[in-house]
Write a protein that binds this ligand. Structure first.
Ligand SMILES: Nc1nc2c(ncn2[C@@H]2O[C@H](COP(=O)(O)OP(=O)(O)OP(=O)(O)O)[C@@H](O)[C@H]2O)c(=O)[nH]1
Length: 295
C-alpha cells in the first residue's frame, strides 16, 4: 500500500510551505518522502522535488502559445497532464516502492470542485499505482475573521470534498497569525467544528452590505449543515506539535496506522497509536499559544 497526500487549497494558503515543512517532519520521524510538484506556476520551490510538472509543460509557454491567462493556462496544463498520465506514472514508479508521496497541486480551486482533469489524474494514479490518498485542503485561517469569507471557505471545502471523493482533512493554515487579524466573533472551536451556523447568519445580518444576501446566506448555511461533512483542524507549519497533530489525523484517515510499512516502533508509538486528544487539550492550548480571543 502506497500512501500519498494530495495538497490543495486556494492561492497563498500555504501548500508549498506545507509540502516543504511536512516532508522535513516526516523525514525526521523516519519516513522516506518524495514531493511531486504538479503546480506549473511554482517558480521557486523551497523543497527538492522528485518529479516536477515543469519537465512536461510550462505555464509560461502555454500562456504565450495559446494566448491564455493564468487560469485558462492552468486548466490547459492539467488537461495536458491528464493526457500524458503515462509520463507521470513512469516518473512515480521508482518512488512508490518505499516512499510517502506529497503532491503539491496548483491553487486554482475550480480544478478541484468543477473541472474533471485533476480528479481524473488523481483517480488514474490511484488505480494504476495502487495509491492510498488523502486530500489535505488548506484554507487560510484569516478567513475566520469575516463571516462571509468563512461561509465561502465552508462551501469551497464542501464542494471539493464532494467532487474529489477522497479521505479529506480540512486545515485552517497559518493559525499562528490569527490574532494579528483582530478578535474573532466566536471561539475558535466554533470555526473548527462548524457549530450552529445560525449564529453566524445573525452576525452577517449586522453588516448592512450583506443584508440583501440574507436569504442566500441562510440557504447556503443550510446546505452546509445538511451535509454535515465539513470541519477543520488547525496548523502552524513552524510548530512541531501542530504538525505532529495533523500527521496523527492524516495517519488515521489514510490507514497508515494499519499499514505494514517499515516504520520504527518509536515513531509508531509516538504518532500512530496515540489516543485522540480531548477537546480540552485541543482548543485551550491554541488559545494560550496564539492568544486567540473573541469579543
Ligand atoms: N505564519 C505562517 N505563514 C505561513 C504558514 N504557512 C505558509 N505561510 C506563508 O504563506 C505564504 C504563502 O505560502 P505558499 O506556501 O507559497 O502558499 P501556496 O498555497 O503554495 O501558494 P500558491 O503557490 O500561490 O498557490 C508564504 O509567505 C508562507 O511563508 C504558517 O503556518 N504560518
Amino acid at each position: 500500500m502506497i500512501l500519498a497526500l494530495v495538497v490543495i487549497g486556494p492561492p497563498g494558503s500555504g501548500k508549498t510551505t506545507y509540502c516543504n515543512g511536512m516532508s522535513q517532519f516526516l523525514s525526521l520521524i523516519g519516513r522516506k518522502v518524495a514531493v511531486i510538484n504538479l503546480d506549473p506556476a511554482n517558480d521557486t520551490l523551497p523543497y527538492e522535488c522528485a518529479v516536477n510538472i515543469e519537465d512536461l509543460i510550462k505555464l509560461s509557454d502555454v500562456m504565450a502559445e495559446h494566448s491564455l491567462g493564468p487560469n485558462g493556462g492552468l486548466v490547459y496544463c492539467m488537461d495536458y497532464l491528464e493526457k500524458n498520465i503515462d509520463w507521470l506514472q513512469s516518473k512515480l514508479e521508482p518512488l512508490v516502492k518505499d516512499h510517502y508521496l506529497l503532491f503539491d497541486f496548483p491553487g486554482q480551486v475550480e480544478l478541484f470542485f468543477l473541472h474533471s482533469n485533476a480528479k481524473n489524474v488523481i483517480m488514474r494514479l490511484m488505480k494504476k499505482l495502487d495509491l492510498r490518498l488523502t486530500a489535505v485542503h488548506l484554507v487560510d485561517a484569516h478567513l475566520c475573521c469575516d463571516p462571509g469569507k468563512y461561509i465561502s471557505a465552508l462551501l469551497l471545502s464542501l464542494s471539493t470534498m464532494l467532487h474529489l471523493e477522497l479521505p479529506h482533512v480540512n486545515v485552517l493554515s497559518k493559525i499562528d497569525l490569527i490574532e494579528s487579524y483582530g478578535k474573532l466573533a466566536f471561539n475558535l472551536d466554533f470555526y473548527t467544528d462548524v457549530q450552529d451556523l445560525s449564529y453566524l447568519q445573525h452576525h452577517v445580518d449586522q453588516d448592512p452590505r450583506s443584508a440583501k444576501y440574507r436569504k442566500l446566506t441562510k440557504e447556503l448555511c443550510e446546505v452546509i449543515e445538511n451535509y454535515s461533512l465539513v470541519n477543520f483542524t488547525t496548523l502552524d507549519i513552524q510548530d512541531k506539535e501542530s504538525v505532529g497533530n495533523l500527521v496523527k489525523l492524516i495517519d488515521k484517515s489514510n490507514g497508515y496506522i494499519f499499514a505494514d510499512i517499515n516504520s520504527s516502533a518509536v515513531e509508531f508509538s509516538k504518532i500512530a497509536v496515540r489516543d485522540v486528544d480531548w477537546d480540552y487539550f485541543r482548543y485551550p492550548s491554541l488559545i494560550f499559544k496564539y492568544y486567540v480571543s473573541s469579543y
